[in-house]
Design a protein around this ligand. Structure first.
Ligand code: SF4
Length: 352
């Protein structure tokens, strides 16, 4: 029997499962505490849970399914992990150090079908979705790595921006978010969690209705349909007008700020006219929108794209600011390792 990852269960699901199998409700809270607070990696280590229960769990579930394949550590403290899944597929997870805490960027799919033309992750088509447990386990692996260093550090922030389109794996994404937010477990504050989508409008509406209270970021990358379709083929299916409707729905219902990601590609989308067009596009939503400008990390396979000049980035930023748009330039992490998302994975796969 292929055993499921215990990390795939929310506390409610674990409670229901144990009760169905003849155990008291309080047993689930104990097991949960061992998993997420004491962070054991084997059921037999749950010493105050009776043997019958730990055996039952071990018969049906596993705790660890990922193994570390490669790890790159940057001088700035960024750590890039390449994990091997139980079926042999490789995925990337990144730990980043900020002034405000430690954040982890997780992967949600093996490969990606969205096919953004600048992206190293999208070079390999999606072969499957990750389970909720596999997404949670990425956080647990990083937390265990931190625990081993005994510096009393904890993952405080999570960004769902790794390989894959999270909204194309919606059910498992929601499951993952429910587990990591649980205040009796990892207790990662919803305001410290950001999900990033390429802009699947219907799912943005579904996400809004799910009232998960976590932050949303949208990859926009261009201010008009012609340019956005060139950069992101998803724009053919979900043009900017439709995307903006779903964004307005989110803003009206949640009253929360949203981030628009804008990757700056030299001489493609980084001119002043693009900044002005972008400011126009978001003019009436300005109060609730932050534009995050991302200097491009060049990828060998996409040699048509170059990093914008420092002056162009500054000019783009200044133009937006002058138009009253709230914006920031993303700080770079791990520039001395394979910094672009998916770069380490694609290199390792090519190397066989
Ligand atoms: S940028 Fe994100 S959505 Fe686009 S191809 Fe890469 S992983 Fe997929």
């Amino acid at each position: 029997m292929n055993k499921a990852s215990i990390y795939g269960l929310t506390l409610d699901q674990l409670t229901a499962w144990l009760m169905e199998h003849g155990h008291k409700k309080s047993r689930a809270a104990q097991v949960w505490d061992w998993l997420y607070r004491k962070r054991v990696t084997d059921f037999s280590e749950m010493t105050d849970v009776n043997k019958e229960c730990t055996q039952l769990l071990a018969d049906h579930f596993v705790i660890q399914t990922l193994t570390e394949h490669t790890r790159q550590e940057s001088a700035d403290g960024t750590v890039k992990f390449l994990f091997k899944l139980s079926d042999g597929n490789l995925i990337e997870t990144v730990l980043m150090r900020h002034k405000f805490g430690l954040s982890v960027c997780v992967t949600t799919q093996v490969g990606c079908n969205i096919g953004c033309s600048f992206c190293a992750s999208g070079l390999l088509a999606k072969s499957r979705d990750l389970s909720g447990g596999e997404i949670v386990e990425q956080i647990m692996k990083v937390q265990l790595y931190l625990d081993q260093a005994k510096r009393d550090e904890r993952v405080s922030h999570v960004v769902v921006m790794g390989i894959g389109e999270p909204f194309d794996n919606f059910k498992n994404l929601v499951n993952f978010l429910t587990v990591i937010k649980d205040h009796k477990g990892l207790a990662i504050g919803p305001r410290h969690i950001t999900v990033s989508t390429s802009g699947l409008a219907d799912k943005i509406v579904e996400f809004t209705d799910a009232q998960l209270q976590v932050n949303l970021a949208i990859s926009l990358h261009a201010p008009n349909n012609e340019l956005r379709t060139r950069i992101m083929k998803i724009n053919r299916a979900v043009p900017i007008e439709k995307l903006m409707q779903s964004i307005d729905y989110y803003l009206e219902r949640t009253k929360r700020r949203i981030t628009l990601e804008y990757i700056l590609l030299k001489d493609v989308n980084d001119r002043t006219e693009h900044a002005l067009e972008l400011a126009d596009l978001i003019a009436h939503r300005r109060q609730l929108v932050n534009v995050n400008l991302i200097p491009y990390n060049p990828v060998d396979e996409h040699s048509q794209y170059q990093r914008s000049e420092r002056e162009s980035i500054r000019a783009f930023y200044d133009t937006l600011k002058k138009q009253g748009v709230s914006c920031s330039v993303r700080l770079e992490h791990g520039t001395d390792i394979d910094a672009a998302c998916g770069q380490l994975r694609s290199k390792q796969i090519k190397a066989g």
